[in-house]
Design a protein around this ligand. Structure first.
Ligand SMILES: C[S@@+](CC[C@H](N)C(=O)[O-])C[C@H]1O[C@@H](n2cnc3c(N)ncnc32)[C@H](O)[C@@H]1O
Length: 394
């Protein structure tokens, strides 16, 4: 696995190190040229990964689907329709879709081999109604053509971005700041042995590149201080564990600042939370992937077909909003970071005041974003920062 490169060879393979360094210098996170791992991660045709460790499945607490009522309402599934769930995860949304209407067929994609195994199990329960696919959004076009699913043939698409609880809760996957495990964070697990994991990134990139990642993907105000702490720590010993990284980040703050930040529920959040988010997004190329997923949804949906997108932080939501409103998400920034943040805030205010937008490709199904209700957040606090956007294709 890629993580092992770090302890075996602290300098890492130069090919992707150069690519990662170059990636950090570009300023548009979702621009195709910025973060493409296609060079390191060729897709193997017909690749059918089996779970190497079936015990992972047994120990899963499955994911509680976020904003389920709202998602079902927006998708408005009718009998006999074809639905594409681009983020199967634990299958919570897919199961509800299957139950919502008889004869509905679900094409269930996930890049995570564990989720794919769960989808295969569900396919046995719902014979002929679930078609599991293993791969990334950026590979979906090719996977769908193997299923002989043509453009404009899908009735509804769901994209529930980010990580599942199964990924977060399994220490071996290395996503969690509170559970010690190898600093991995690859949603694809071991499918692409050359794909860098979080430990590779933390131990190989220079300080400036690390700070750029923390700023771009974590919107971390203390990026330079944290990057400097990482570089200092790894000069003594490589950073290979999640809790080791959490301690390194914590060590760059005063003790009183450790839990001074608050989440959206006003609960104290650890100072390393944004660092973990940034690394995860970088390792999995999440914004480019999200953009690729939205483009594929636009291609496969029928006119009148519905798209529902759940996102969990502002970078993702802004990308979805701009896409649905027909803005060029790859255009180079014309303003400073401060001006862009100010403009985003103004746009959010305008949106809250109302007004559906028509981009030429999409029509919003509701005014602005939907957020989870207070009682749903109490039941499922992980969904607290969810934002749901829904639109139909013109
Ligand atoms: C929030 S979970 C989905 C949970 C699911 N809706 C449920 O109810 O169980 C997100 C899932 O999307 C998958 N995922 C994230 N990015 C992806 C990508 N680019 N391509 C394919 N799957 C992706 C993750 O592996 C994860 O399993």
């Amino acid at each position: 696995m890629a993580c092992q490169h770090v302890s075996a060879c602290p300098t890492l393979r130069s090919s992707w190190r150069v690519a990662l360094d170059a990636a950090c210098r570009v300023s548009q996170p979702w621009k195709g040229s910025r973060l493409s791992y296609s060079g390191f991660a060729p897709m193997e045709p017909g690749h059918q990964d089996r779970l190497k460790d079936d015990s992972i499945l047994a120990e899963q607490t499955l994911h509680t689907p976020v904003m389920l009522k709202e998602v079902l309402r927006c998708l408005d599934i009718q009998p006999g329709q074809v639905v594409l769930d681009m983020t199967f995860g634990g299958g919570g949304h897919t199961k509800a879709i299957l139950r919502a209407s008889p004869e509905v067929t679900v094409v269930a994609l996930d890049r995570d081999p564990t989720a794919f195994s769960l989808a295969q199990q569900l396919a046995k329960e719902y014979s002929g109604r679930v078609h599991p696919l293993l791969g990334r959004f950026s590979e979906l076009g090719a996977l769908l053509s193997r299923l002989r699913l043509q453009s404009c043939s899908v009735d509804a698409v769901l994209l529930d971005a980010g990580c599942s609880s199964m990924q977060m809760d399994c220490p071996k996957r290395g996503f969690s700041l509170s559970k010690d495990g190898p600093l991995d964070m690859r949603m694809d697990a071991d499918r692409y042995p050359d794909m860098p994991c979080a430990a590779d990134v933390v131990n190989a990139l220079d300080q400036q590149a690390l700070a750029s990642i923390l700023t771009a993907y974590g919107e971390e105000r203390h990026a330079r201080k944290i990057a400097s702490a990482m570089v200092e720590a790894r000069s003594i010993y490589p950073i290979t564990r999640t809790q080791q990284l959490a301690s390194v980040v914590a060590g760059s703050f005063a003790a009183s600042a450790l839990y001074a930040r608050k989440d959206r529920l006003q609960r104290p959040s650890h100072v390393a939370t944004k660092t973990f988010q940034a690394l995860r997004m970088f390792v999995n190329d999440e914004l480019n992937e999200l953009h690729a997923g939205l483009c594929t949804a636009q291609t496969v949906l029928k006119p009148g077909g519905r798209l529902c997108v759940l996102t969990f932080h502002s970078l993702e939501d802004r990308l979805v909003k701009r896409f649905l409103h027909g803005e060029d998400v790859g255009a180079p920034p014309r303003r400073s970071v401060r001006q862009r943040v100010q403009r985003w805030e103004e746009e959010e205010e305008e949106e809250e005041k109302g007004g559906e937008k028509d981009s030429g490709h999409w029509v919003d199904l509701q005014r602005g974003v939907l957020m989870p209700q207070a009682e749903d957040v109490l039941e499922n606090p992980r969904g607290r920062s969810a934002k749901l956007r829904a639109a139909f294709k013109q």
